[in-house]
Design a protein around this ligand. Structure first.
Ligand code: ADP
Length: 449
């Protein structure tokens, strides 16, 4: 096992990794920017090293500085968290070259699953359900026309290297197809340096369904069942829950097993999420694979009792997974609300500044993963998430009631947060009955405006 892990991240996920390490008897080194010099999580690390100014491009994204810090601090592994360098295959390669373990997949497995076209090819072989559409990149306009015709409009043109919703175009009919391909390719080559695009069926009404998996890096993998993340705004998840409500259990099991097969086939080591859209008939279509731990991993931890970050560390250290598939059981229901310092009444404007009040809730089945506290000044440089509120209860209805009370008791000020919005979302019939699709929050917000 490792002696010392460097955490190349900040905020709640840095704190999450510190907790996992300490429980395993591993010491921690946090790198940070000058904007995060008084980040409360740094107090809990054994050591912290400043690697540059506030802009992430000059600190959290600087591979050279992070590696130097790891060498100075004699860290034998690096945990990248999520975002920043977590899905950067070059970073994983540099770590390997410097003989520092990267807590995540090999650069090869990351590249294979991170590219949407190669991932889709691999998924087909593993029997993971994918969208009908082009086999690979489109290089012939006639072929594009034919494929779009076959799958039926509307279709969506997507970038192979896509991320963050860029390089995507929904096309309603043949007249718009060529323009969409051209503009998506242009946007993708500007954003990712790779202009290849592909076509798939566009689902107008869908739920977001994702499977948590952990691969052992030797061809084996387990799944920890699924999460539903249908409550989103602008492709940003707001509420996540596990297990997914109102889904046929036999279909659910098949798709979870197929996700684990894909991760095993890629010789993937560590935590990965296989994301799907689910249509009204409960048919599943793979969107992409995220090759890192995700923000919403706690809901899966609550229903399975498995510490996903510790499993990541074990696999990276060459140890076997602590559980086998038949030992993994679903217990109860968990919900997570992302608490963002944003003003929902003013187009979700981010709220930086000094937190004067921070009174988190507690009680049975209530978990708060947050780096914030009273007296902490939120820097303007990073994302606006200041914490995650997670509840666990025997049933979904009980979890909703528990979340409502926990939100009611969560006091943060003076800045605006998404707490009030969450209380209203949880009260909506769409959410209560889980009769929803990925547009429901936006439609509801638009009705109120
Ligand atoms: P990115 O990596 O850019 O986030 P994804 O493939 O994960 O791209 O898709 C982002 C979002 O775009 C999805 O969550 C979904 O809302 C929408 N989307 C993507 N593909 C489709 C599709 N075939 N049909 C309907 N919506 C889609």
């Amino acid at each position: 096992m490792f002696d010392r892990i460097l955490i190349a991240n900040r905020g709640e996920i840095a704190l999450r990794v510190i907790r996992a390490c300490r429980e395993l008897g591993i010491s921690t080194v946090c790198v940070h920017s000058t904007a995060d010099a008084d980040g409360p999580w740094l107090e809990w690390a054994d050591e912290s090293i400043c690697i540059g100014p506030g802009p992430a491009a000059d600190s959290y994204l600087r591979i050279d500085r992070i590696i130097s810090a790891a060498e100075c601090a004699k860290a034998d592994a690096i945990h990248p968290g999520y975002g920043f360098l977590a899905e950067n295959a070059e970073f994983a390669t540099v770590c390997r070259d410097c003989e520092i373990a990267f807590i995540g997949p090999s650069p090869e497995a990351m590249a294979l699953l991170g590219d949407k076209v190669s991932c889709k090819r691999m998924a087909r072989k593993a029997g993971t359900p994918v969208f009908p559409g082009t086999e690979g990149e489109i290089d012939d306009p006639e072929e594009a026309r034919q494929v779009a015709e076959e799958v039926g409009y509307p279709v969506i043109v997507k970038a192979s290297a896509g991320g963050g919703g860029r390089g995507m175009r929904v096309v309603e009919n043949e007249a718009g197809l060529m323009d969409a391909i051209e503009s998506a390719a242009q946007e993708a080559s500007a954003a990712f340096g790779n202009g290849s695009v592909y076509i798939e069926k566009y689902l107008a009404k869908a739920r977001h369904f994702e499977v948590q998996t952990i691969g052992d890096g030797q061809g084996g993998a387990v799944h920890l069942f699924e999460r539903d993340c249908t409550s989103q705004r602008r492709h940003q998840k707001l509420i996540e829950e596990a297990p997914a409500p109102n889904v046929d259990r036999a279909k659910r099991d098949l798709v979870c097993e197929s996700a684990a097969r894909l991760i095993g086939a890629a010789n993937y080591g560590g935590a990965a999420t296989v994301e799907f859209l689910m249509d009204e008939h409960q048919d599943f279509y793979m969107l992409e694979v995220n090759t890192r731990v995700q923000v919403e991993h706690p809901v899966t931890e609550m229903i399975t009792g498995i510490d996903i970050v510790q499993e990541q560390i074990r696999v990276a250290a060459g140890e076997p997974l602590s559980v086998s598939q038949d030992q993994i059981k679903v217990n109860g229901h968990a919900i997570e609300c992302r608490i963002n310092a944003e003003d929902p009444d003013r187009n979700f404007m981010p709220q930086a500044g000094l937190i004067e009040t921070f009174d988190p809730p507690g009680g049975l089945g209530v978990r708060v993963d947050s780096h914030a506290r009273a007296g902490y000044r939120i820097p303007p440089n990073y994302d606006s998430m200041i914490g995650k509120l997670i509840v666990h209860a025997p049933t979904r209805d009980q979890a909703i009631a528990r979340m409502q009370e926990a939100l009611r008791q969560f006091r943060i000020g003076p800045m605006k947060t998404t707490i009030g919005l969450h209380r209203r979302m949880l009260d909506r019939p769409e959410f209560k009955t889980a009769n929803f699709d990925i547009k429901w929050v936006e439609n509801w917000l638009a009705e109120q405006a």
